[in-house]
Structures are given as structure tokens and as C-alpha cells.
Design a protein around this ligand. Structure first.
Ligand code: KE4
Length: 425
């Protein structure tokens, strides 16, 4: 029996669904997940010694590829001095200075240990600041698994068909207004229908959790204007897009200034991390200064911050974004050409090192249009790539990620494989 299969059999006895995060379970593509025993650059090595070119990149953090020597060295050096102190440590100051310099809308920042904590805390803070209860989110956006945000959520929730999780009191759900993305009129109507009641609008500025869905020109500016006009806090959830699409995130590319920003993934260099920050007058409401409580045993953990600082400094030194966009366009063009030749309708939205493939003729601009994608065709495509040595996200509703380590043979081989997989569908 393959090692991955025996590991999964054992896991199923003790871990719900055999996984510690649902989207890893392969349930939407069928079959069972493989186990990875090591990763290097653009390559995963499975427990059965298969080498796979990785387009999941641990769901975003590995922008420099896996196990980058600079990040590894930073962790090793920090490890020499201990793993966790429960007191402030110098890395926290360095990380705060880096984030606030690279993302100017963030005047003050608080570290957490996950993206979920970051968005959950930003929502609580916005409610404390405005003394309002309602929040607005958008169908298909995923902001982690806190109760207020697991309503019409994307990522694993959408993948497994429960975008509204069980276990959330109706009283909670009523405070969350869910709207279609890329529809400013719907947001204006929500503000009109809930005058003075909406504390915050939270969104992924480009959605990475319903597949990759780009904000249309003018949309983010309209959201910004409507939030300002209605006294609502605008929260950009850049856990995925932060430092991924530009050093200053989507807010830099689109010249939008949110009130709060949530970060994660890349700022941890592959270790557990999250952060939220923004206008000082809002952030100063946080304990111990103000009445909004938020905390975390491992928030600002020295190992995670050492890895994250190394990752951010590498981005500053390399400025790899044009190179990553060229790799993204190379893959997009290969998939579009193969699908055209095969006569299969696809949408392949791509920006920088993020893209995804929707098997639909419908232009994808929101969650509903993303759901017109043929999930069975995606599953065929997923396994067609996997058996040829390329690992895509095991879900039709996730973004694919490219790292600087993909440059050269890996991206060329991946384009061949994605082409062959479409030809074989
Ligand atoms: P975490 O709690 O998983 O660190 O972050 C939650 C989160 C918040 N905001 C955005 C925009 C996110 O993409 C995420 C997490 N992303 C998913 C991938 N689509 C994590 C993968 C998983 O759930 O295993």
C-alpha cells in the first residue's frame, strides 16, 4: 500500500476527515490526498517519493518557493535563542516597522497567529470603533472561519458546499449582510437599507477564494467612496494578496486607502502568522490602550516573525513582481491556447503570480458566475495534471500560486503538462 494511503487510513481514525483543514481533503475532486514529506523550491516530494511541481505554494506563503535558504537560515538563527518568550521580542518591532513602511495605510499593526484571527479582530475593532453591529461581506470571499464571516464564504466552505456553516447562531448571521462582488449598486442599496448600522465592509480586493476573481475597474473606488459616505470602516482582507501581487498589496496597485488591512501567509514565511492594522485612531482602541480586547499567546512569535521578516526583506531586495507576472501570463496563455484548440470554454483570470482556471464560457466576475464552472471537468483536469507531475489546488474554487522558484524548467514543464491535461480531457 502506498505510504500516503496508509497515513491517510490512520489519520481518518483520529482526525475529522483525516485532515486539519478541509480544503486539503480532495473531497471535491475525489480520491484521497497525498502526503508531503519535504518541499524545495517549486517542488513537493510526496511520502511515496513522487516529485510534483506545486501551484498551491502552501496556499500563498511560499512566494520564494519552499524552504528558501534565507528563510531557513533566519528561522535557525532565531531558534538558537529559543522558540517563544511570552514577552515582547525585538522581531516584533522590526516586523511592525517593515509592515507600516511597506503598506502606508497601516499606521499601527497588531500581530496574530492566523489570518482568521486577523479578520475576526478587525471586525470586532470596527464594531467597537463605530458602535455599530452589522457588517457587509461578499459572496465567495473567504476571511477565515470566525462566526461573523462564515456566511456565504469561499474556499473550503464553498468547495464542500456549506458556505453557511452550521453552528452559527441566527442572531450572529443576521448581523452579516452578504452582497454580490463587483456590484457597487448592491452596496449602495445595503447602506440605504441599513442607515447608520453598518460597522464595516470587508472584502478580498481581488478574490482568491472562489477561484481568482478580479475587481472590475472602478469597483474598489466605489466601495471606498460608499464606506466613507456612510461612516463604515473599509477592511481590505489582503491575507492572500498582501505582498503577493505587489509589495504594497492590491491597495498599492489600485491606489485605494482602506481603513484597516488584514495580512497573513507571506508575512510568516510559512510559519503561523496573521496581522491586522490601519488608522492609528482605530487601532488605539485595542487593549491595553482601549476597550476592544484582542490577544494571543503566540502573537508575534519570534520564529514566525524571523521567517516573515526574511521573506519580506527578500521581496524588497528582489522586487520579483514583473517576473512573477510574466510567469503567470506564460501559464495563462498556454491554458487558453490548449482550451481553444480543444474547443473547451475556459476563463483564466490572472494577475501577477495568481491565476485560476474556470471551465465555463461565462465571464467570471462574482461567486454566482464562478459557480457556472464545470466542477467535473475541473476534477478531470486536476487529475490529468497530477498524474503528469503538476499539483493544482484540489478545488475549482481556489487561486493557484506561482513562486520565483518556478522560473525556468518548472514553469515550462508545467505549461506542457497543463496543455496535455486539457488535450486529454
Ligand atoms: P488562516 O486562518 O487560514 O491563516 O487565514 C484565513 C484567510 C483569511 N483571508 C483570506 C483572504 C484567506 O485566503 C484566508 C485563508 N486562505 C485559505 C486558502 N484559500 C487557507 C487554506 C485552508 O483553509 O486550509
Amino acid at each position: 500500500m502506498p505510504v500516503s494511503e496508509s497515513l491517510f487510513d490512520r489519520a481518518l481514525k483520529l482526525i475529522p476527515g483525516g485532515v486539519n483543514s478541509p480544503v486539503r481533503a480532495f473531497r471535491s475532486v475525489g480520491g484521497t490526498p497525498f502526503y508531503v514529506k519535504s518541499a524545495q523550491g517549486a517542488t513537493l516530494t510526496t511520502a511515496d517519493d513522487r516529485e510534483l511541481i506545486d501551484f498551491v505554494c502552501t496556499w500563498g506563503p511560499a512566494i520564494h518557493g519552499h524552504n528558501h535558504p534565507r528563510i531557513k537560515a533566519a528561522i535557525a538563527a532565531a531558534l538558537e535563542r529559543g522558540t517563544s518568550f511570552g514577552t515582547p521580542n525585538p522581531f516584533e518591532v522590526e516586523m511592525a516597522e517593515l509592515i507600516t513602511r511597506l503598506v502606508p495605510s497601516i499606521q499601527k499593526v497588531r500581530m496574530t497567529s492566523s489570518g482568521t484571527e486577523a479578520t475576526m479582530s478587525a471586525i470586532r475593532l470596527a464594531r467597537g470603533f463605530t458602535k455599530r453591529d452589522k457588517i457587509v461581506k461578499f459572496a465567495g470571499c473567504y476571511h477565515g472561519h470566525s462566526d461573523s464571516l462564515l456566511i456565504k464564504a469561499g474556499s473550503g466552505a464553498l468547495t464542500h458546499g456549506y458556505p453557511d456553516s452550521a453552528g452559527i447562531p441566527a442572531s450572529f448571521a443576521r448581523e452579516t449582510v452578504v452582497l454580490p462582488f463587483n456590484n457597487a449598486a448592491a452596496l449602495a442599496a445595503a447602506f440605504a437599507a441599513n442607515p447608520g448600522q453598518i460597522a464595516a465592509v470587508i472584502l478580498e480586493p481581488h478574490i482568491g477564494n472562489a477561484g481568482f476573481i478580479l475587481a472590475e475597474p472602478g469597483y474598489l473606488a466605489a466601495v471606498r467612496r460608499l464606506c466613507t459616505e456612510n461612516g463604515a470602516v473599509l477592511i481590505f482582507d489582503e491575507v492572500m494578496t498582501g505582498f503577493r501581487l505587489a509589495i504594497g498589496g492590491v491597495q498599492q496597485l489600485e491606489a485605494i486607502v482602506p481603513d484597516l488591512t488584514c495580512l497573513g501567509k507571506i508575512i510568516g514565511g510559512g510559519l503561523p502568522v496573521g496581522a491586522f492594522g490601519g488608522r492609528a485612531e482605530i487601532m488605539d482602541l485595542l487593549a491595553p490602550l482601549g476597550p476592544v480586547y484582542q490577544a494571543g499567546t503566540l502573537s508575534g512569535n519570534p520564529l514566525a516573525l524571523a521567517a516573515g521578516i526574511a521573506s519580506l526583506r527578500l521581496l524588497e531586495e528582489l522586487n520579483p513582481y514583473a517576473r512573477l507576472d510574466a510567469l503567470g501570463r506564460q501559464v495563462r496563455d498556454a491554458v487558453l491556447a490548449a482550451a481553444r484548440a480543444k474547443g473547451i470554454p475556459v476563463q483564466v483570470p490572472q494577475l501577477g503570480s495568481m491565476f485560476s482556471v474556470f471551465f465555463t464560457a461565462v465571464p467570471v466576475r462574482d461567486c454566482d458566475s464562478a459557480l457556472t464552472s464545470d466542477a467535473k471537468l475541473f476534477a478531470n483536469y486536476f487529475y490529468g495534471c497530477l498524474k503528469r507531475g503538476v499539483y493544482l489546488p484540489p478545488s475549482a474554487y481556489e487561486a493557484y500560486f506561482i513562486s520565483t522558484a518556478h522560473e525556468g524548467p518548472a514553469i515550462d514543464r508545467a505549461c506542457e503538462v497543463m496543455t496535455e491535461a486539457i488535450q486529454a480531457i
